[in-house]
Design a protein around this ligand. Structure first.
Ligand SMILES: Nc1nc2c(ncn2[C@@H]2O[C@H](COP(=O)(O)OP(=O)(O)OP(=O)(O)O)[C@@H](O)[C@H]2O)c(=O)[nH]1
Length: 548
């Protein structure tokens, strides 16, 4: 059974459950309508109960494809509301409302739910991982070769193309394309039959010899997300390339749904889950705080009206905790009254999706909100020059990984890395150029380390890498490869070409009682040893001084 078949059969089971629930719900509503009709003075609670049930069905029926029934419920809900707001009931209107409610089951009998195509996000919008295939459409061979060499050392798989026609045949399909438009201008961009991946054009970076507005505009019109003039600053180009993929890093988006309607929540869970998101639900609001702590959602989807608590109340409870101020709260509601929507947003919350909710509206809203929330969190935790974790955040990661290593009885290693003679790079080529070198090393480390490894900028030209489930011997081998690749990178200014190196110290969780400070201190001592022994080398607690 394919994943799609599985989703279809789960949806069908949910729909059958919902249809059953509709039957019993309509029977209960008919009983309320009978009371309205046959009681001389029906109390407000009966009418309120009917209004609330109509409100709920107005939201859920449409989401399951019973569009006519949902719209009819919405009309009747508004009539019920009008009656509730009157000082004295209009008995004729109440009678009409009761009859219309009694007839709702006929709409159910007549209708089969309108089929909704299960929605999927485009592959490009999903999280991606693994080695990336970059196409270079560059006629100028020295530039093509230099770029290929540099990007290969950053861990990319590179294919060179001389003609646009070859692009469509790229195999595997390209994850990004870099085009030098210099020889024939931007006409080439407009004609280029870019190799598409699942119907999506890959990110496009443009190189030009013209540094003017029109060239940039044409690049944008061709869909470029990066523009570089010659001579190309390769570390900056690599940073931009990495950023074009970065939106989707950090694991699947985590979505918490708070809705007392079990079938609706299950449907949202299925649709979002099928699109690569991790979804959890809370039906008992008493468990909300515990779930927020344990699940750490990127987005909260919140029903507005639930028994005993309102959505805005729960949203305000969430907002009382500073840690969750950044988590977007999206109301899922059958509320169409703009004033009441605004009131809910003023109390807390960031957005509204009005029930009935189509699968595509749900997906798009949740995806956009989650992506934005991740970007904001990342920006706050990350260093602006390198995009790596800042000092305090990488220390926190060391703590987390020490805990994990103890729990899982696995090894872990920490590396402290420092660029050699960096002061003289600044002195000779300027501080801005020094920044490029820092960025190049951070990009190289990011490319070469595993996704599970954590990387931070510890100080000016000093980095810390945390390698879970990795002993100090393996960490040494990994870092040694990166050291060689960094040392082979050529940095070019207008007048000079030169190379840089780094030294590193490695420590591991050999002593069970070591804490974060001890581990970093040990790595720092090994780094000192490496510097003292001549730099451009790596020392580790598992290799004694005789190895140097
Ligand atoms: N360009 C740039 N330079 C920085 C940054 N942060 C720190 N630095 C510089 O990095 C240099 C570090 O120099 P030192 O600590 O003396 O060490 P070094 O010259 O790298 O020598 P060794 O570490 O002993 O090999 C100082 O000149 C700092 O000003 C930064 O963000 N950008």
């Amino acid at each position: 059974m394919t994943k799609q078949d599985q989703m279809n059969s789960q949806l069908a089971a949910l729909e059958a459950r919902f249809r059953e629930r509709l039957r019993s719900e309509l029977a209960d509503m008919k009983a309320l309508a009978d009371q309205l009709q046959h009681t001389a003075n029906p109390g407000a609670p009966v009418l309120q109960d009917l209004r609330d049930r109509l409100h709920k069905l107005a939201g859920s029926a449409g989401t399951f494809g019973y569009t006519d029934l949902g719209s009819r419920c919405r009309e009747l809900e508004q009539q019920a509301q009008c009656e509730l707001e009157r000082e004295h009931y209009d008995h004729k209107a109440l009678d009409a409302l009761a009859i219309a409610t009694q007839h709702l089951h006929m709409l159910l009998q007549r209708s089969t739910p309108a089929a909704q195509q299960p929605q999927t996000l485009s592959t490009a919008a999903r999280q991606t991982a693994g080695g990336r295939h970059i196409g270079l459409l560059i006629e100028e061979q020295p530039l093509a070769q230099q770029m290929s060499k540099t990007l290969t050392s950053f861990g990319y798989q590179i294919s060179l193309f001389r003609h646009q026609q070859e692009l469509a045949k790229a195999s595997p399909p390209l994850d990004a394309l870099i085009v030098d438009t210099s020889p024939r201008g931007h006409n080439m961009l407009l004609q280029a039959p870019f190799a598409e991946r699942d119907g999506q054009a890959p990110p496009l970076l443009v190189i030009s010899s013209q540094d003017d507005f029109i060239s940039r505009l044409q690049a944008v019109r061709a869909g470029a997300c990066g523009f570089f003039t010659k001579p190309v600053d390769l570390p900056s180009l690599e940073s931009r390339l990495e950023r074009s993929f970065n939106n989707h890093q950090g694991g699947p988006f985590r979505v918490l749904i708070i809705d007392d309607d079990a079938e609706l929540a299950a449907r949202y869970q299925l649709v979002l889950g099928n699109n690569g998101m991790l979804v959890d639900t809370v039906s008992d609001p008493n468990l909300l705080l515990e779930k927020m702590h344990n699940f750490l959602p990127d987005v909260v989807l919140m029903d507005i009206s639930m028994p005993d608590y309102s959505g805005p109340e729960l949203a305000q409870v969430i907002r009382l905790n500073d840690d969750w101020l950044r988590v977007p709260i999206v109301y899922l509601s059958a509320e169409t009254n703009a004033e009441r929507q605004m009131d809910a947003l003023l109390k807390a919350g960031d957005d509204f999706i009005t029930k009935p909710i189509s699968d595509s509206a749900l997906l798009t809203t949740v995806y956009a909100r989650a992506q934005r929330a991740r970007m904001v969190s990342e920006a706050l935790a990350r260093d602006s020059l390198t995009g790596l974790l800042k000092h305090a955040d990488i220390k926190e990661q060391v703590d987390i990984e020490i805990e994990r290593a103890r729990r899982c009885q696995q090894p872990m290693a920490v590396a402290m890395i420092d660029i050699d003679h960096f002061k003289s790079v600044n002195d000779q080529y300027g501080h801005a150029f020094g920044d490029n070198v820092i960025r190049a090393l951070s990009n190289l480390l990011r490319q070469r380390l595993r996704k599970v490894d954590r990387l931070g900028r510890y100080g000016g030209e000093e980095f810390v890498a945390v390698l879970p489930n990795c002993n100090t011997t393996d960490a040494w081998l990994i870092l040694e490869e990166i050291r060689e690749a960094f040392n082979a990178l050529q940095f070019s200014t207008d007048e000079h070409t030169f190379c840089c190196s780094f030294s590193a110290g490695i420590s591991g969780c050999e002593e069970p009682e070591w804490d974060c400070d001890e581990l970093l201190d040990q790595a720092d001592r090994q780094l000192y040893r490496a510097k003292h022994a001549g730099r451009n080398r790596i020392c580790s607690t598992s290799r004694d001084a005789a190895d140097d």
